[in-house]
Write a protein that binds this ligand. Structure first.
Ligand code: GCO
Ligand code: MG
Length: 402
């Protein structure tokens, strides 16, 4: 069964999403997500100019061989653009294999390890009170885990706090918005948020927090220690993680569990973190870490060292990624938690899908393959719109991590 054609579909039903559609000579097709927030067109070009030409005529069943061909055959390995493109091909080929087998992908990955996938949602607000009001609504709706992010007093805006209460889209401008950052003010407010969070929400719900790469290891150690009385599920992206050694220093100072990895692209980005047990959760996901095949490899490696998964699931990852992640989540022994943010209704209209949320747990449908489709006519109604993620500066104008 050969690959007859492959096309990239770009649509913006609220935000830009890039989808690869691979068609076979037997009429069966598969979908893969290739969205790289704020850099979408670079992956489109990589796919169109350098990947699709070498796919045509290949045996669509040979998922691993095609993965190896695209990875080793590029010579210039790794990186978010290359790995998102490979991920899209890999995901689409698993979709095709599932459809041909008449089975949902999780069955091809070994079958279920659990009945449902625990997800965490995002509660955010400009103040602690606003944040906890939203969190209370989520708790009443049955969520078992809630991420808390609030505004930092004195700052006009900060990561994780949206203009809209229920949707969060950080890529908010056709040129980067400039935010101001203040670490001491941030370090004061987060323990207050968690103290008030436990008072308001009690102890039978998991609470999470994303630092979004903004602290030094020693600052992260202090925050982790300050939060210990409130038992957070995890602290995410404590420091910019180019330096895997940094996590050793954080570990020396706190027993708060650590998560990292949404921007990682391969196992090589987290090998040391995992084998030295410097983290508790690895957040790599399908679209930016080489597809279902490579994410599974990362998960299996992590399992050996007692590290669990907590896949990235922000709205810049399309419903195709969400479905693919759920198939992996269901089929691995060391699943930890899955991030979940609702997409806009327009996005769900473009991507009909079978996965559903019930009482804090997500499940896929038993449709063959991924269980997600794309309505190309509807997708065409939402043309690409350039959008950048914000950038951050310190009060004195120094460029900082966003
Ligand atoms: C998360 C992430 C996102 C990222 C976004 C960037 O934990 O969900 O940090 O909110 O900022 O995916 O494109
Ligand atoms: Mg994050």
């Amino acid at each position: 069964m050969t690959i007859r054609s492959a096309r990239v579909i770009v649509t913006c039903p609220g935000r830009n999403l890039v989808t690869l559609k691979i068609e076979t000579d037997q009429g069966v097709y598969g979908l893969g997500d290739a969205t790289l927030n704020g850099r979408e067109k670079s992956v489109v070009a990589y796919l169109e100019e350098h990947v699709i030409p070498v796919l045509i005529g290949r045996d669509a069943h040979r998922i691993e061989d095609i993965w190896q061909y695209l990875y080793k055959g590029a010579y210039w390995r790794r990186g978010p653009v290359t790995m998102s493109a490979i991920a899209a091909v890999d995901t689409a080929l698993w979709d095709i294999k599932g459809k041909l087998a008449g089975l949902p992908i999780y069955q091809l990955l070994g079958g279920r390890c659990r009945d449902g996938v625990m997800v965490y949602c995002h509660a955010n607000g400009t103040s602690i009170e606003d944040t906890l009001e939203v969190a209370q609504d989520y708790k009443s709706a049955g969520y078992k885990a809630i991420r808390l992010q609030c505004g930092v007093p004195g700052l006009d805006s900060t990561y994780g706090v949206s203009k809209d209460r229920m949707f969060y889209e950080p890529a908010d401008n056709d040129l980067p918005t400039e935010n101001v950052w203040d670490t001491p003010a941030y370090l004061r407010v987060v323990p207050e948020l968690f103290k008030a969070g436990r008072d308001a929400l009690g102890w039978d719900v998991h609470l999470l927090h994303d630092i979004h790469h903004r602290l030094t290891p020693i600052e992260a150690g202090r925050l982790g220690k300050d939060l210990e009385p409130y038992r957070p599920f995890w602290l995410e992206d404590a420091t910019p993680a180019e330096n895997q050694e940094a996590f050793r220093l954080i570990r020396h100072h706190t027993t708060t569990p650590l998560a990292v990895g949404e921007i990682f692209n391969t196992l090589w980005d987290c090998k040391d973190l995992i084998q030295n047990q410097l983290i508790d959760y690895i957040r790599a996901t399908v679209v930016h870490a080489g597809g279902i095949s490579h994410l599974r490899k990362i998960a299996q490696f992590a399992d050996v060292f007692g590290v669990k998964t907590g896949c990235h699931g922000a709205t810049d990852l399309s419903p195709v990624t969400m479905a693919a992640a759920l198939h992996v989540d269901l089929s691995i022994p060391n699943f930890g938690i899955q991030e979940y943010m609702r997409h806009t209704d327009a996005t769900y209209d473009v991507f009909p899908h079978g996965y559903r949320l019930s009482n804090g747990y997500m499940n896929v449908s038993d449709a063959p393959g991924l269980g997600v489709d794309i309505d190309e006519a509807k997708a065409a109604k939402y043309p690409y719109k350039r959008a950048y993620l914000p950038v951050n500066r310190l009060r004195d104008g120094t460029m900082f991590d966003w």
